[in-house]
Design a binder for this molecule. Structure first.
Ligand code: FAD
Length: 394
């Protein structure tokens, strides 16, 4: 057999898994269909700094473009409220803004430095499981390993080839990247705070719109985060586009048209129910990241969960305990995801009330800061929201 592990997909989930497996002494091949790196992925690129509590060896100074410590909230583009995210000691809580090509390449280089072999331009088309090995095929080439990790994203094929994640549930997001430099003078155009994430509610039912700043551009998007959209909302693309216009309007910007128009991306956001297995019964094939659907359903946040499941998978691969991988992911994430779903349900049922009492209240942003720094959990956030709804004037 040539490899211990073949990882399909070199995004954050696959690259972390390859890095950690190689660091634990496994012989690893990581393949991606991209012909070269860095490669683009539509994404807001916001990562809570709490991630360092879960995965050792990350160096944010090497991959974070900017650090955000404030949130600026609007309701349908109006009445902006700017609030600080803080830790319990009063220090600013941090959310890293990463450019995905740079972040993903950073992780792949960590994997290579630890000894993983990288092959690009490999579009995997089939996965065949035998008694003690798995074969991965791309065109007329194939490779064999003891284990395969499907890290091939929301529309990945590894899971489908081995009977995993067949009844996927989706949300959807649209995003555009608009070149931006802070104006030289006060009258020189829209001024975006480079240490704030801009969030707009009310324009997208069951979701929100955002501006996430980067060095040299703004990631502007909108997402609908409820799996299986109601029939009345078939025109999701237009709703999301209108929300992007509203978001831009709230900061005095317009969508660039004509030759200036940037590419508008649409991409699914997959969700895991917590019940579906994330590995085959024999433990030969495991799924991580978007391929597993591990996206937190309140914010639509998936990078940290891709990295975390990549890390968990590596521990199980190195100890030959892959059959308990799903249970380990469930133990680490199901509580968070269930709380996120419940909070989302309350928020989406009573969006304006939730916005007025929770989001717009500076105490709400402080609490989010504690969540982003890892001081409190989503379960804690949920409890605080219920307390507030029960007794709004306390
Ligand atoms: C518009 C939008 C904005 C988002 N913003 C945020 C955000 O701000 N913060 C956040 O945390 N999350 C965000 N997300 C979610 C986040 O982008 C994903 O959760 C994250 O990219 C998952 O990483 P991954 O490694 O699992 O998959 P991916 O990043 O999708 O990587 C999968 C890799 O697999 C490769 N691949 C696919 N098929 C094959 C094949 N057949 N053979 C070989 N290689 C293959 C692809 O080329 C790719 O490199 C956003 C998502 C969207 C759509």
């Amino acid at each position: 057999m040539t490899y211990d592990v073949i990882v399909v997909g070199a995004g954050p989930g696959g690259a972390t898994c390859a890095w950690k497996c190689a660091a634990l002494g496994l012989k690893v091949l990581i393949v991606d269909r991209a012909p070269s790196l860095p490669r683009y992925k539509p994404c807001g690129g916001g990562i809570p700094s709490s991630l360092v509590r879960h995965v050792e060896g990350l160096e944010p100074e090497k991959f974070a473009d900017l650090t955000v410590t404030k949130l600026r909230h609007t309701w349908r583009g109006k009445s902006p409220v700017l609030a600080e995210m803080t830790c319990s000691n009063g220090e600013p809580a941090q959310v890293w803004m990463v450019q995905r090509p740079r972040f993903d390449t950073y992780l792949v280089e960590k994997a290579q430095a630890a000894g993983a072999e990288l092959k690009l331009g490999v579009k995997v088309s089939d996965v065949t499981v035998a008694a003690d090995s798995v074969t991965v095929t791309a065109g007329d080439e194939s490779w064999t390993a003891r284990y395969v990790v499907g890290a091939d994203g929301a529309k990945g094929i590894v899971g489908a080839r081995v009977g995993l994640r067949l009844g996927k549930r989706w949300g959807i997001a649209r995003e555009v990247e608009i070149p931006y430099a802070p104006p030289a003078s006060a009258s020189g155009g829209a001024e975006i705070l480079m240490d704030a994430c801009y969030l707009d509610y009310g324009s997208v039912k069951n979701g929100y719109a955002w501006i996430f700043p980067k060095a040299g551009y703004l990631s502007v998007g909108a997402g609908m985060l409820v799996p299986r959209q109601p029939k009345a909302e078939q025109n999701v693309g237009k709703i999301l586009m209108d929300a992007i216009h509203t978001m831009l309007g709230s900061v005095g910007m317009t969508y660039p048209e004509g030759a200036e128009a940037p590419k508008l991306w649409a991409h699914p956001i997959p969700f895991w129910t917590g019940m579906e297995p994330l590995a085959t019964k024999d433990g030969r094939v495991l799924l991580v990241g978007d391929a597993a659907g591990v996206v937190q359903p309140l914010f639509g946040e998936g990078i940290q969960y891709a990295v975390r499941t990549g890390n968990i998978a590596a521990q199980h691969l190195a100890s030959n305990t892959t059959q308990s991988y799903t249970a380990a992911v469930r133990e680490e994430l199901a509580g968070e995801f269930d709380a996120a779903l419940r909070v989302g349900k309350v928020f989406h049922k009573t969006p304006y009330l939730s916005y007025r009492l929770g989001v717009k209240n500076p105490a709400g942003t402080k609490l989010v800061g504690r969540l982003m720094s890892g001081e409190v959990s989503l379960e804690h956030l949920e409890q605080r929201i219920y307390d507030k709804l029960k007794n709004p004037f306390k």
